[in-house]
Design a protein around this ligand. Structure first.
Ligand SMILES: [Zn+2]
Length: 114
């Protein structure tokens, strides 16, 4: 569970940081899907299946009940349905290590956050 004390202290900050977290998480998912799709599906831009997974992820993120939002990998709420969860897990497993090579700074920031 995220700490609750910060919520009472600074509501504005929470709203802003929440948006940033969601943006950052979504940006990461997008990059990872891009790598995965290009390597596995040979598509220049996201293939229909991967775009669908991306919009699913973005819809789930927008509904995340945690403020501030924890990194999804550390989250106790399993908000993805089992099928999409398995798909996104595969994407992460594949693209995670490759992110480090292609977007080192970005990945570092993402991992430091947890
Ligand atoms: Zn694809």
């Amino acid at each position: 569970m995220p700490p609750l004390q910060s919520k009472a202290r600074a509501p504005f900050y929470i709203i802003i940081s929440m948006d940033k977290d969601i943006q950052a998480e979504l940006e990461t998912v997008k990059l990872m899907l891009g790598i995965y799709c290009r390597d596995k599906h040979g598509a220049r831009k996201l293939c229909p299946a991967c775009s669908e997974l991306l919009s699913y992820a973005s819809a789930r993120l927008a509904k995340c009940p945690h403020h501030p939002k924890p990194s999804c990998r550390n989250c106790a709420t399993h908000c993805y349905n089992p099928e999409n969860r398995a798909r996104i897990a595969e994407v992460m497993r594949y693209s995670g290590p490759r992110m480090l090579l292609r977007h080192p700074l970005y990945t570092l920031k993402h991992y430091l956050k947890k």
